[in-house]
Design a protein around this ligand. Structure first.
Ligand code: HEM
Length: 483
């Protein structure tokens, strides 16, 4: 009897080991050490200790790390393992992290015909479950030919220089409303304590004005409308839930985890609010180049709503965070403020330098479309790689005094070699279609703000990872009237 039990336990252990060895591809570290010379493939890439089945996800399961500090975890990964490091997801699927300029450039410049960005699977899964609302997973998550056809139909108006130049007078007006709102939100020491909320309202106003062609009034004092507040909060929850379903264990595939439920709730809220905004479109809305081009695109009607939703969601928080980082750096360096007032090129250089130091999208993920040698390892096509542009931008191999805010470096001709590691909007064919627009408008907002106020950043900036890199908590800064 006892012998039978021992034999069946043995059989189970052998079966489990065989499954991990043959199907999951797991190899214990001692195996990798002895076989590393002949297999300089992904298995030899150094990284945290990987357990069978769960890979390196135990780091997060055991609470050793939290997702809100994921940016610090990657700093450590770089410091410990060097220019190439590997994590393993559930099922020991490798994810390779690249920190070296050469490898990052290699990946970003060779995206192939349809560069593959790993989709947010939970969003894709939810959208597939709602064919009444969505015809596809949308521009941000689609891949291959269907991505290309959406991109071709939906983005030309957004990226056109005419759309942007026609929009600039509107931006001047919005920037002046933003300064009025700042003025009215100060306390007796000229401090604005809820700068994050106010920047959210600016992100909403600008994105809606661009996409829907309509001033929503989110910047009017007391104009914090219910719809604006709900939309900004839903978009924030959407990013947080995307982070938790994307980087956390994928239990949401088995049952509706709290993170998945939050994702669905925020996706539904954004959908309903966007439908309401589209429904209430008036004549001015119909004049918007972006809105018009989406409406007349030859695609399924459902794709049009999804596109408006994706544009609004992609624009609000990225813009808010980028503006907050920019104001913080300028507020910390009073010497640059006079130069911004005098010279438009200098305001642009401040923005570029701010993107170098605090890119809200601090890493870019891709799926390799073919076997590629990176950092001395042969990685197979299909491997997920993450390019850590944010970390590479603070590496002294790539920039002198990398942690210093020196906008001047962007006024020198020699800095052009930084392109591709400084990619705050991504790179290649999947690059952000909002890039040109943002690059034009943020310097305008900055210049207006600096002309109106002397900005002082008093508190130290702390960072948090919310799928995007964001300032932690409510940001407070002083805005003294400039005399
Ligand atoms: C400071 C503001 C912004 C930043 C930092 C930013 C950053 C990014 C990044 C890093 C990507 C991924 C690109 C890649 O994988 O190579 C992206 C994609 C995208 N962004 Fe932005 N973005 C911003 C504003 C906007 C705005 C205003 C819109 C639209 C109105 C927008 C729409 C999109 C869309 C639709 C995609 C997906 C493109 C595709 O996959 O083809 N973004 N953005």
């Amino acid at each position: 009897m006892l012998e039978d039990v021992v034999q069946s336990v043995d059989a189970i252990v052998i079966a489990v080991v065989a499954i991990f060895f043959l199907f999951v591809g797991y190899r214990p570290p001692w195996w990798l050490r002895t076989h590393s010379d002949c297999t300089k493939g992904v298995r030899s890439v150094p990284g945290p200790y990987s357990l069978p089945g769960v890979g390196t996800t135990w780091v997060f399961c055991l609470g050793v790390r939290t997702l809100s500090r994921l940016h610090e975890y990657y700093d450590d990964l770089h410091a410990r393992y060097g220019p190439v490091a590997k994590e393993e997801c559930l099922g020991n699927v490798p994810v390779v992290h690249l920190f070296d300029k050469r490898d990052i450039v290699e990946v970003l410049k060779n995206g192939g015909k349809y560069p593959l960005r790993p989709p947010a699977e939970a969003i894709a899964c939810y959208r597939r479950s709602r064919p009444d609302r969505y015809a596809s997973t949308g521009l941000v998550n689609e891949q291959g030919e269907s991505w290309q056809s959406l991109r071709t139909c939906l983005t030309p108006a957004l990226t056109s220089s005419k759309t942007i130049s026609d929009f600039l007078p509107e931006v001047q007006q919005i920037a002046s409303d933003w300064c009025n709102l700042l003025r009215q939100s100060r306390d007796h020491e000229s401090k604005v304590s809820n700068l994050g909320d106010i920047a959210d309202r600016l992100g909403l106003e600008i994105t809606c004005a661009l996409v829907l062609g309509r001033r929503m009034g989110f910047l009017l004092p007391g104009g914090e409308s219910a719809i604006g507040k709900s939309l900004a909060e839903a978009v924030r929850q959407h990013f947080l839930a995307t982070r938790d379903t994307y980087f956390g264990l994928p239990f949401w595939k088995l049952f509706a985890t709290p993170a998945y439920r939050r994702l669905v709730k925020s996706e539904q809220a954004i959908y309903e609010l966007a439908v309401e905004l589209i429904r209430s479109a008036d004549d001015s809305t119909k004049d918007s180049a972006v809105f018009r081009s989406v409406l007349k695109a030859e695609i399924d009607e459902r794709e049009k709503v999804a596109a408006i939703i994706d544009f609004i969601s992609a624009g609000i928080h990225t813009m808010k965070n980028s503006l907050l980082f920019l104001l913080y750096l300028v507020g910390e360096h009073p010497r640059v403020q006079g130069k911004i007032v005098e010279d438009g090129a200098y305001a642009k250089a401040c923005l570029t330098e701010s993107f170098r130091l605090y890119p809200t999208a601090n890493a870019l993920a891709r799926i390799l479309d073919k076997d590629t040698e990176l950092g001395g390892y042969r990685l197979k096509g299909g491997t997920v790689v993450v390019c850590h542009n944010g970390i590479a931008c603070r590496d002294e191999k790539n920039f002198t005094d990398p942690d210093k805010f020196q906008p001047e470096r962007w006024l020198e001709k020699t800095q052009t070699s930084a392109s591709l590691i400084l990619s705050p909007f991504g790179a290649g064919k999947r690059i952000c279609p909002g890039k040109r627009f943002i690059e034009q408008i943020l310097p305008i907002v900055l210049t207006h703000t600096v002309k109106s106020f002397e900005i002082v950043a008093k508190d130290k900036l702390e960072l948090q990872f919310e799928f995007l890199l964001t300032p932690k908590g409510d940001m407070a800064m002083v805005f003294k009237d400039r005399v």
